[in-house]
Design a protein around this ligand. Structure first.
Ligand SMILES: NC(=O)c1ccc[n+]([C@@H]2O[C@H](COP(=O)([O-])OP(=O)(O)OC[C@H]3O[C@@H](n4cnc5c(N)ncnc54)[C@H](OP(=O)(O)O)[C@@H]3O)[C@@H](O)[C@H]2O)c1
Length: 224
């Protein structure tokens, strides 16, 4: 009997993570929807809510242990959880606490998730890091310095992980969903949840398994 692929999506309580989890479940994946507050999260049809705070190392370890114990392996990890604390910030006035908190969730969180989950992944496993055009060094963005720095850092982590996991046949890529109408993106964003989720899902559903170490939007490579 063919078992469904198992995918873990972080930050699945709302926004893009919830939409990605919902769509993967609809497509027949066994979805582990990582949320900080399972009791306060509306069920996602076909998905299992998994308590997970990516800013907490013990929470990440517990989630990985749950995956190992209950499922034995993991086919896909979508590092989606993210925060934007410094809208319209000024890097010259950026306080260390805002930067550290942003890095802890947006950069260190995905790294810790990959460290905990990669041992559970077979050849053909995929890690998708949800980054942002705000992290591109080739097109400097200054509107939210802590957020943009955290996404540049996530891109660097993506390249490091891709090289480290290449010998095991595990693909690691970064993706920009575009500017999407969510709590984080705000109501003026031009893209729907579906369009943003499509950009993320392309790496799981359509990209070749050998495609690794890249930065993508809508299935097209974009510069770092
Ligand atoms: N929307 C855009 O225009 C846009 C553009 C580029 C990139 N992105 C990226 O896309 C990803 C999703 O963003 P979104 O727009 O969907 O944002 P959102 O609607 O604000 O949702 C953010 C999600 O992240 C979760 N989260 C935050 N901190 C967490 C933590 N420590 N542990 C676990 N979960 C945590 C939130 O959970 P709670 O409900 O518990 O707070 C929520 O589920 C982020 O990485 C963001 O940077 C978004």
């Amino acid at each position: 009997m063919n078992r469904p692929p198992i995918a873990l999506v972080t930050g699945a309580s709302r926004g893009l993570g919830r939409e990605v989890a919902r769509r993967l479940a609809e497509l027949g994946y066994h979805v582990l929807a990582g949320v900080r507050d399972p009791a306060g999260t509306a069920p996602i049809p076909g998905a299992e809510l998994l308590p997970l705070d990516v800013a907490n190392a013990a929470s990440i370890e517990a989630a990985a242990e749950h995956v190992k114990r209950t499922h034995g392996h993991l086919d896909a990890l979508v590092n989606n959880a993210g925060i934007l604390l410094d809208r319209m910030g000024d890097v010259l006035a950026l306080d260390a606490d805002t930067l550290l908190r942003t890095l802890e969730t947006n950069s260190l969180g995905p790294l810790r998730m990959a460290q905990a989950c990669a041992p559970l992944m077979p050849q053909g496993g995929r890690i998708v890091n949800v980054s942002s055009g705000g992290g591109q060094l080739s097109e400097p963005a200054t509107w939210a310095p802590a957020y943009c720095i955290s996404k540049t850092t996530l891109n660097a982590i993506t390249v490091q992980l891709a090289e480290a996991l290449k010998p095991r046949g595990i693909a690691v890529n970064a993706v920009c969903p575009g500017w999407v109408r969510t709590d984080l993106g705000g109501p003026d964003a031009p893209r729907s949840l579906q369009q943003g989720a499509d950009s993320i899902l392309w790496l799981l559903l359509h990209a070749g398994p050998d495609l690794t170490g890249g930065f993508w939007r809508d299935g097209q490579r974009i510069p770092w």
